[in-house]
Write a protein that binds this ligand. Structure first.
Ligand code: F6P
Length: 360
């Protein structure tokens, strides 16, 4: 069975559905199979910066109900880079050494970090500085971590966006309107492309394919000429205006929030097609809710494999989903490649084959 280990697990960056099933799988494998201890670190690196450190002992009966729970019971944060942490006096402080100190104080043998590319890059830097045995698990509804075909949370987000499109069809048809659904995806259009095809959108706009508003208008007019009184548009929040500007707001912490391209398009589409338009911004609904069966499966497979990597001493690796299997790769390889939609992607070809307008 090998030597006894004490491992830590944290969830970092934006939450998503599927994080809790990963925590459950890690505990089952580590405690159930290997008889190790698992400490859940609260609120990502913030729990390791706190004094006393904020951790919970994760026993099997504590995680039994996590398979169907959205969010993360450990809490998370997508703010406060530990290398430039915002202090109350407005200054920025490098607090990475506090995290390293906490890891060693807790006598952890390894740490499982569940995060997107940004969080994983930070965790890896800390791990390298502090001799931390890190294993990564990719999560993000945006599905833009390199190499892995799936990141936890993506499938649930696509399901939610697809259901929203299904619902919009009825009200669009009843009022003869063009309905625009704005979905998340900070830099990549995977959610819009996948949900757009699955939900029967007439127009899909993603940041990877520049659009021309007149072509969008023509698609809607073509449908009108065919006697179809409504159209459905799905747009990724990272799509720019025709002038190439991102539509965003700054919050009072100075963080940039994407949002508003749907409203911009609604006005433009109304002008060029004459149609009445309405906008739905799906927002954080996409991150919540019950994890889909596929997210539960991938989360379970990732959790088990991550523990097995620790058992064999394979650190600085991340688990990925490739060709229907879990494959571990160096974390650096996964975070150095950014996985946006390739314009030659099968799904792009599929959308075109279905007559969906991609705006180009
Ligand atoms: O990266 C995941 C994501 O959900 C993006 O799609 C979105 O732009 C962003 O996080 C929203 O972050 P926040 O929770 O800080 O509003």
């Amino acid at each position: 069975m090998g030597e006894h280990k004490r491992i830590g697990i944290l969830t970092s960056g934006g939450d998503c559905a599927g994080l809790n099933p990963v925590i459950r799988a890690v505990v089952h494998r580590a405690v159930g199979t290997y008889d190790w201890e698992v400490l859940g670190i609260c609120r990502s690196t913030l729990g390791l910066m706190a004094r006393p450190v904020q951790v919970v002992n994760l026993e099997i009966d504590r995680v039994d109900d996590l398979l169907t729970k959205g969010g993360t019971v450990l809490g998370t944060t997508n703010k406060g880079d530990p290398f430039a942490f915002p202090m109350p006096d407005g200054s920025l402080k490098d607090r990475s050494s506090e995290i390293i100190e906490a890891y060693h104080q807790l006598k952890l043998d390894a740490l499982i970090g569940i995060g997107g590319d940004g969080s994983l890059a930070i965790l890896r830097k800390i791990a390298q500085l502090g001799g931390i045995n890190l294993v990564g698990i990719p999560k993000t509804i945006d599905n833009d971590v390199g190499i892995t075909e799936r990141s936890i949370g993506f499938d649930t987000a696509v399901n939610i966006a697809t259901e929203a499109l299904d619902r919009l069809h009825f009200t669009a048809a009843s009022h003869s309107r063009v309905m625009i659904l704005e979905v998340m995806g900070r830099d990549a259009g995977h959610i819009a492309l996948n949900a757009g095809i699955a939900g029967g959108a007439d127009v899909i706009l993603i940041p990877e394919i520049p659009y021309n508003i007149d072509k969008v208008g023509r698609q809607i007019q073509k449908r009108q000429a065919q006697g179809k009184n409504f159209s459905i548009v799905i747009v990724s929040e990272a799509v720019c205006t025709e002038q190439g500007e991102l539509v965003k707001n700054m919050d009072r912490f100075g963080d940039c929030r994407l949002g508003g391209i749907g409203q911009y398009l609604a006005e433009q589409i109304s002008i060029c097609s004459g149609a009445e338009t309405r906008v739905t911004v799906l927002g954080h609904i996409q991150r919540g809710g019950i994890p889909s069966p596929l997210d539960r499966l991938v989360a379970s497979a990732f959790g088990v494999e991550a523990v097995d990597l620790i058992a064999t001493g394979k650190y600085d690796h991340i688990v990925t989903w490739q060709n229907r299997q879990v494959v571990s790769v160096p974390i650096e390889a996964a975070i150095s490649q950014y996985r946006v939609v390739n314009p030659n992607d099968t799904l792009v070809k599929t959308a075109r084959g279905l007559g969906i307008c991609l705006g180009d």
